[in-house]
Write a protein that binds this ligand. Sequence first.
Ligand SMILES: [Zn+2]
Length: 244
Amino acid sequence: MKVVSVCLLSGGIDSTVAATLVAREANTDVVLLSIFYGQGAESAERKHAALVADKLMATFPNVREHFTMTIGGAMRRTQHRPVQEEWSRGFVGWRSPRNGWEKAGYPSTRDEVFTLIAVAGAEARLRDLPDVVRAEVVLATNGDDLANFADLKPSNFIGHLQEIVDGKLMPSLGKPVEIRLPLIDLSKQAVVTLGRKISAPLELTWSCYFGEPGAACGHCDQCRWRREAFRAAEIEDFATTVKP
Ligand SMILES: [Zn+2]
């Protein structure tokens, strides 16, 4: 009687702590899933997600798989209709918030989409593995995220998604899939403190929205939140010493 837990892993602090937390649970097999979508620091996130995944798999035998997935796409230029310069950059175009409507890094429907992709992986394992009776999808959304990104209200964000998931095949056959947010009541600082307590590999994580491997920008919201959280938790941040 086992649980399969699909943990979305960006390689940042929160997802690393959440995955470590779940990996320590008995009778749980962990699948790590990293999805890339042309975000500002994609190459850095790829590198650090792999570093964290390798470390977790080396530490916990129940961390079984690390999948990476890329959602890509490029604007086509045609002879008849060339790309206009005054148009969005990329399909989502989230990198250059305008008019003060959104914070830098605002992920639009990213978390909803990624959750349902993770549910597909969870269902596949419920179907294929007879001794697995329950699955969960783990999102590392923390309490500070709720304040910083107004669309991430648990009532409308997770409630509706869970309703969709409950109607899928395996849950309707009695093998439930639960969307789980283990860090939702914690501040960023509390997540860092928890991470140190459970020996999560914080030194391998990446936070910056814009920098490249080995060179965080030091100025974006994520860099600032990371610095404040490590300082408040009285932990030295070794992450910047990780070389490309
Ligand atoms: Zn930064």
